[in-house]
Design a protein around this ligand. Sequence first.
Ligand code: ATP
Ligand code: MG
Length: 477
Amino acid sequence: MQSVAKLLEDDITPVAQGAPVVLIVEDDLNMRELVVNVLQKSSVDMKLIPMDSPQHALHFLENHEVGVVLTDLRMPAVDGLQVLEFAKGCNELTQVVLFTGYGTVETAVAALKKGAFDYIRKPFDNVELCSTVEHAVQHYVLSRDNRSLREQNQALSEGMDLIGQSDSMQQVQRLIGSAAAYDCSVFISGKSGSGKELVARQIHMQSKRREGPFVALNCAAIQENLIESELFGYRKGAFTGAEKAKPGLFEVANGGTIFLDEINNASLSLQAKLMRVLQDGSFYPVGDIKPCAVDVRVLAATNRNAAELIENGELREDLYYRLTVMEIRVPSLRERREDIPLLTYHFLDKYSKGFGKVVKSVSTEVLSALMQYSWPGNVRELENVIQRMMILTRTEQLDIDVLPAELVQNQQMMNRAIDYMEPQTLEEIEIYFIKKTLADTGSDRALCAQILGIDKSTLWRKIKRYNLEETDESVPA
Ligand SMILES: Nc1ncnc2c1ncn2[C@@H]1O[C@H](COP(=O)(O)OP(=O)(O)OP(=O)(O)O)[C@@H](O)[C@H]1O
Ligand SMILES: [Mg+2]
């Protein structure tokens, strides 16, 4: 038997990031070796660590992440129940399987109530031992993945606000609220980079599933023939190279939400299988004959026109209607230009923190160029442009010298160079632009709204809010 210190050096550091540790606590040498021999043949990834005494095991549990503890119930000094309590105290995700002899089954049942995963009677059957430990390992892996996804989600959600005050984005916010309140499927449409995934995340974060995982798969990002195994997982030997079983994303997302982006990239036969999950909540892992049941909410999206996709035979009509209990259309950025300043300052703030480089403002010329550009790549493109400018700038303000060429050209084409000013706040910039444009257009509100890329009612509200009725004397120079 290796000493604990030796185990620490040799095995544990690399193991902690890979296969889950299975701790075998058994004082009888022959029995220990037998258990190790049986479990070594398992197809499930696990790292076996035999221990000859519960004291060593407790010390080990205190200092390492252990997936499964396989312990004898009756041992001198420390018994299996104490090991169970200790293991759960160290890490509630650790699964404990107990060996029981005759006469100890009742205690084993009591152990189940205290959170043990299962018990195995001695003398044990090799197949039963193997499958019980495999289940315990899989249970541990799934709950560990689930926890880390939850933590990632929490971290991600902090920088995941859906920015936008335009009428159309307020409508999107309202629909997100309704979608979050009901556990229904939602179909999200919108051009590339418009924020469909962010909308899906918001639905998840505002729903009762928020504590569960959020899993996103872009069906266009992986080969069509791999999507199925990615979603549904596979069993050992399902195809050449499948040496170990792998759970699919539906299993990982159990209790939470799965977001399938660019759903039309899934083959029609896979779309039929997705229908089944939506109808019965179950699917067949590749190479398995038993269905696997899950509780997952499905959100799907496409950046193409759904009607056209159906007509071209790229999207199953029945799947589309099944998914579209609710539909949310995310507007393109050029349809809501009034959100550009807010988004710009949001990204300044986000990347000032991320880059550790303080950029406080954007020059009026730059903001004007951002407002006029057509944004074929939508918010993602705006985010990239801001990031690029923040990397290039040497001052605390983004100025025309770091503006990408396509935006400079665009601005020249529009021939609407405006006077330079030092903006203080976002509101002041907005007031400045409205005053200036009203003056330039002789207070023609329709034309003014058109130039600013907002609708007339929005302009009217802003004029009222900022009290800009009398613009003549206050027009900036
Ligand atoms: N309203 C918004 N507020 C803040 N950030 C946004 C907003 N919309 C989009 N973004 C950001 O823009 C980027 C692209 O968004 P997202 O991935 O949600 O777009 P998408 O519509 O799913 O794109 P694709 O069609 O290419 O998959 C992300 O970094 C996202 O955080
Ligand atoms: Mg997306």
